[in-house]
Design a protein around this ligand. Structure first.
Ligand SMILES: *Cc1c(COP(=O)(O)O)cnc(C)c1O
Length: 383
């Protein structure tokens, strides 16, 4: 049915109507006083959301652009970097490092398993002459639904003393606490279409003073993604290039909505939705791809055995106008992923689970009785 599409994918995520309406306004000049006021307001809002006093810079890019900027502004060719690799996105950052001629060392874990912080500790402790310049970690690995133990890995980076910690927080920011100042995270990248209740189009990078120190000697090439340019202009509530000004109108509204809800409530809502979704999947006797102790608050990956993941997705899409995500690369056809990130309510979770049960029934799935998933989810949502 037209206009009924429900996004249960991990980006783009649903956008509130008042945010969409803000997008429909006539653009204004990005060198105007009116834009400067908006820039000042959204920058303050972004610092609140990022729990930081560091610079939070706004790029016209997707999350990948923000992350690439976060890597290339603070490093030089040949620098040794450790990259945690346990899924599609984390492996992308290792590729970016390779492309720019860094000495990339991958610390890997099987897709679906969390990174082992001990491997980071061992590599960092062995580096007595402090050659490791950065450690790159994807907090929430969207391709598998795994939440990596950033806090512990970061503790080992801090003990090393020299290396910068660079974080892909694309699907953790706005879903779970990423306390940038409290943990001393140097570079944290994210994108508007994930936890921000905004359409795609903006990337964000939070930068610490330690990272800015590294910036002064970093030699990798950069132009559009030169974060120094963004910092200089942001100090004047301006932007180095023409930004998508309508996205700034939208961001004003979205940030206000988030501030009204409150950070703790936002995190609690994502936790509740993750718990409800996982309880439902368990009650349906479908295998969860990520373990309970390492599960992402943004996305739940399910690995069905006796029913086909792609058939489930197809029924959800065709019969119920619900988009869920499939598996990527080697996980294609093996898993489907339920996004519960951003502007998602309890009702959305119940709707998604009941539609999933209807799809399973249509596929003659016999692993659980119809209604078991909804009952389990409803119980969590009511608690
Ligand atoms: C979505 C996502 C990205 C960025 O993807 P873009 O398509 O470039 O916005 C990066 N990392 C993770 C973990 C993501 O989920």
């Amino acid at each position: 049915m037209d206009d009924k599409l429900m996004l249960m994918i991990p980006g783009p995520t649903p956008v509130p109507e008042q945010v969409l309406r803000a997008l429909a306004k006539h653009p204004i000049g990005h060198r105007s006083g009116d834009f400067a006021k908006i820039m000042a307001e959204v920058t303050e809002g972004l610092k609140w959301l990022h729990q930081t006093q560091n610079d939070v810079l706004i790029l016209a890019s997707s999350g990948t652009g923000a992350m690439e900027a976060g890597i290339i502004n603070f490093l030089s060719p040949g620098d040794r970097v450790l990259v945690g690799c346990n899924g599609k996105f984390s492996e992308r950052w290792a590729q970016v490092c390779d492309v720019y001629g860094l000495a990339t060392e991958r610390i890997t874990a099987e897709w679906g398993k969390p990174l082992d912080p001990e491997q980071f500790r061992a590599a960092l402790e062995a580096d007595t002459d402090k050659q490791i310049k950065a450690v790159i970690v994807t907090h929430s690995e969207t391709s598998t639904g795994v939440l990596n133990d950033l806090e512990t890995i970061n503790r080992y980076v801090k003990a090393h003393g020299q290396a910068l910690i660079m974080v892909d927080a694309v699907t953790s920011l706005g879903a779970t606490s990423v306390p940038i100042d409290a943990w001393g995270l140097d570079v944290v990248a994210s994108g508007s279409q994930k936890g921000f209740m905004l359409p795609p189009g903006l990337g964000f990078v939070a930068v610490s003073s330690k990272a800015w120190q590294a910036y002064t000697t970093a030699k990798l090439p950069r132009f559009y993604l030169d974060l120094g340019k963004y910092r200089k202009e942001a100090a004047k509530n301006s932007h180095p290039f023409t930004p998508p000004v309508n996205m700034f109108f939208a961001m004003q509204v979205a940030l206000k909505m988030m501030q009204t809800e409150g950070l703790e409530n936002i995190f609690a809502r994502h936790q509740r939705h993750m718990n409800a979704t996982r309880a439902a999947v368990k009650a349906l006797n479908l295998p969860l791809f990520a373990a309970d102790h390492a599960s992402s608050p943004a996305i739940t990956a399910v690995a069905p055995v006796s029913v086909d993941a792609e058939q489930i997705r197809s029924i959800l899409r065709k019969r119920f106008d619900i988009a869920m995500a499939g598996g990527q690369d080697q996980l294609k056809g093996k898993i489907f992923r339920i996004g519960h990130l951003g502007f998602v309510s309890d009702r959305d979770i119940l709707t998604a689970i009941s539609a999933l049960e209807a799809a399973l029934q249509e596929l003659n799935y016999e692993g659980a009785s119809v209604g078991a998933g909804v009952a389990a989810a409803a119980k969590v949502l009511a608690s």
